[in-house]
Design a protein around this ligand. Structure first.
Ligand SMILES: [Zn+2]
Length: 157
């Protein structure tokens, strides 16, 4: 990525989050992405996206904003040959359980959808923010995805 401190020329495509407040997009090479969910201060339940009520305690007012950890493992996955408008097919999607207990459904990137051995249950993955699609003006609509952790990066963060 180029240095985002530099002013962008007029008319250049912009990177726009698919939804505000869902994730943090890094703005420098030292910065890391994270998902913005919440966590119950009574029982520790982690939710993404945010919930008003903790589904474990069934209490209101116990959920507080929480930045989920970036690493997790694939719980289950599927190669999808159909796509919603604006999405690409085929794609790989799956449930990811994060190291802090958060669990979410996500696109999985960096994997060949036609290679059934590309990932497996238990594959270690990490959060990335990538282009999801382009809008009518050519702007990049950005979203969260998970990709397998490179072998040489395992154990580091
Ligand atoms: Zn709770």
């Amino acid at each position: 990525m180029s240095d985002k401190q530099a002013p962008e020329p007029a008319g250049a495509p912009r990177q726009i989050p698919a939804q505000e407040g869902l994730f943090h997009q890094p703005d420098s090479p030292d910065d890391q992405p994270y998902l913005i969910g919440n966590r119950c201060r009574e029982c520790g339940f982690v939710s993404f996206p945010k919930l008003i009520t903790c589904p474990r305690c069934i209490k209101k007012g116990t959920m507080e904003e929480y930045h989920l950890v970036r690493r997790g493992k694939v719980d289950m996955f599927a190669s999808c040959n159909a796509a919603l408008p604006g999405f690409k097919a085929p794609s790989v999607q799956g449930y990811i359980t994060l190291e802090d207990g958060g669990r979410l459904w996500s696109l999985i990137t960096g994997v060949d959808p036609d290679d059934v051995n590309a990932i497996k249950v238990g594959t270690e993955v990490e959060l990335v923010i990538e282009k999801l699609r382009e809008d009518a003006d050519g702007n990049e609509i950005m979203s969260y995805k998970f990709r397998p952790v490179a072998a040489d990066a395992k154990g580091k963060d």
